[in-house]
Write a protein that binds this ligand. Structure first.
Ligand SMILES: Cc1ncc(COP(=O)(O)O)c(C=O)c1O
Length: 473
């Protein structure tokens, strides 16, 4: 395989010509930009589809070469660069495989872009719930047995949409078997691997969904590879999915003015994976091991390792993750997220010889943990997935909901009503209410428990006013 960065090289060659800009973008190579100097420095590379710079939607030159190298690096039949995150990849996967009123099996703890895709297409989701993992105190994956059960009832599904790894770095152990089962029935499997773009880089990392047979896989290169925010990949390796159809939808969903900074960073991130060696992986894993050992000597601190070596959880019993996060941020250390129980750290995908400030970070973590002694202790209720149905189908389809009148009512009066919006407790990150689903007594009591415990919520809600949006009856 050729080792190079065709897109980066193309931009460098173009800039060497010292071109005068009489074209978009309006900042004229940064010349009339008022942005800070550091950002201005990158603007000459913020080019557009000029002569010789290829065409994102009909690539024939450097973009074509770079996407070909991407597919080779990941072992895909065809791969695409995405300039609107995994979000646009999820939308394109859904548009490609599902039509209005067609059934789709969807892991319930999916990212909102999946739900939005289903809503836009007007597909009929059948939700399957993940298991609860006590070690990480997070919702993880749908068991194979649930998938078998749902497929034995609904044989006419057009796609199965799974997420692995989770945000917290839990990798599905049964993905291979699940994909094989779906393939026996001729059903394509779409995997949201937003957090696993680095898995392909080393044999010592978890297996990528592509390696275990997924038909389409979306990855946020920007989450764990050295790519710019929004820069993502979409891979196809399937005889059930038409890659031209994917291409067509991507042309509709993505900008006609792609950022060349993003494209260059994707080319660079792909190159980083391609040149990542086992020596690099050994170096990273050794540094990580030493750091985790050092962290474990901090009194009261619990360190939880996940399947993904880049994900580490920190917990201090008696204190919420939100308290720990605040204490860390006061010391200049910014975690990825906090939940009731813990904070999530994402480690860098180091290559041999690269230095990261692990030692300083340990000092900040130690100080933060010590500072919590003066903070108020919180009685954290154990989060579980109790009474969440294994398999559920909404009362109304997205299309039916569009035509219905909705109203905001106090949530204590919502029992028996149909939810018109999505409410996602975080954790566990699984929607408690999905548009079209009935609000039951048990779900409402879970909502109250979570509010009392200080959980935060994503989605469309006005919980601070104690209101939920429901279908007017
Ligand atoms: C599991 C998952 N899928 C998809 C996305 C969307 O990715 P992006 O931010 O690249 O659009 C996210 C974002 O956090 C995510 O966590």
């Amino acid at each position: 395989m050729r080792i190079g960065r065709p897109l980066v090289e193309m931009l460098k060659e173009f800039m060497e010509k010292q071109p005068t800009s009489f074209h978009v973008p309006g900042h004229k190579n940064g010349m009339i930009s008022g942005l800070p100097k550091g950002i201005q420095g990158a603007l000459p590379f913020d080019l557009t589809e000029l002569t010789g710079l290829d065409d994102f939607h009909h690539p024939e030159g450097a973009i074509y070469e770079a996407e070909k190298l991407l597919a080779e690096t990941y072992g895909a039949n065809r791969s695409f660069f995405l300039v609107n995150g995994s979000t646009v990849g999820n939308l394109a996967m859904i548009y490609t495989t599902c039509k209005r009123n067609e059934k789709v099996i969807v892991q319930r703890n999916a990212h909102k872009s999946i739900f939005h895709g289903l809503q836009l297409v007007g597909a009929k989701p059948i939700y399957v719930s993940p298991e609860w993992d006590e070690k990480s105190r997070t919702a993880t994956h749908v068991p194979l047995s649930t998938l078998k059960e749902v497929l034995s009832i609904h044989r006419d599904v057009k796609a199965v949409i799974l997420t692995s790894p989770t945000y917290y770095g839990a990798v599905s152990k049964e993905l291979k078997e699940q994909i094989a089962l779906c393939h026996e029935l001729g059903i394509p499997v779409l995997v949201d691997e937003a957090h696993g773009a680095h898995f392909t880089a080393s044999r010592r990392f978890p297996e990528s969904a592509l390696e275990v047979g997924a038909d389409m896989v979306v990855q946020s290169a920007h989450k764990t590879l050295p790519a710019m925010t929004m820069a993502s990949f979409l891979h196809i390796k399937s005889n059930l999915v038409d890659s031209e159809r994917v291409n067509r939808y991507l042309r509709m969903l993505q900008s006609s003015s792609p950022s060349y900074l993003l494209l260059a960073s994707l080319d660079d991130a792909r190159h980083y994976v391609q040149t990542y060696s086992e020596v690099d992986a050994n170096y990273l894993l050794e540094k990580r091991k030493q750091w985790i050992e050092a962290l474990r000597s901090i009194p009261s601190l619990q360190v939880i390792e996940m399947d993904d070596p880049l994900k580490v959880l920190l917990r201090v019993p008696g204190y919420t993750g939100f308290q720990l996060k605040e204490a860390l941020e006061k010391r200049g250390l910014y975690p990825e997220l906090a939940d009731l129980h813990q904070v999530l750290l994402i480690l860098p995908l180091l290559k041999q010889g690269q230095i990261f400030s692990f030692a300083d970070a340990r000092i900040s973590i130690k100080e933060a943990v010590q500072s919590l002694k003066t903070a108020e202790k919180i009685n954290i209720l154990p989060t579980t997935l109790k009474e969440i149905q294994k398999i559920s189908i909404p009362e109304y389809s997205f299309d039916e909901l569009e035509e219905m009148k909705v109203e905001w009512i106090p949530y204590v009066r919502a029992i028996g009503k149909v939810s018109a919006s999505m409410v996602i407790p975080y954790p566990p990150g699984i929607p408690l209410f999905i548009p079209g689903e009935k609000i039951t007594v048990s779900k409402l009591s879970q909502l109250e428990e979570l509010i009392a415990a200080g959980a935060s919520f994503q989605g469309d809600h006005r919980l601070e006013e104690k209101l939920l949006c429901v279908v007017r009856s």
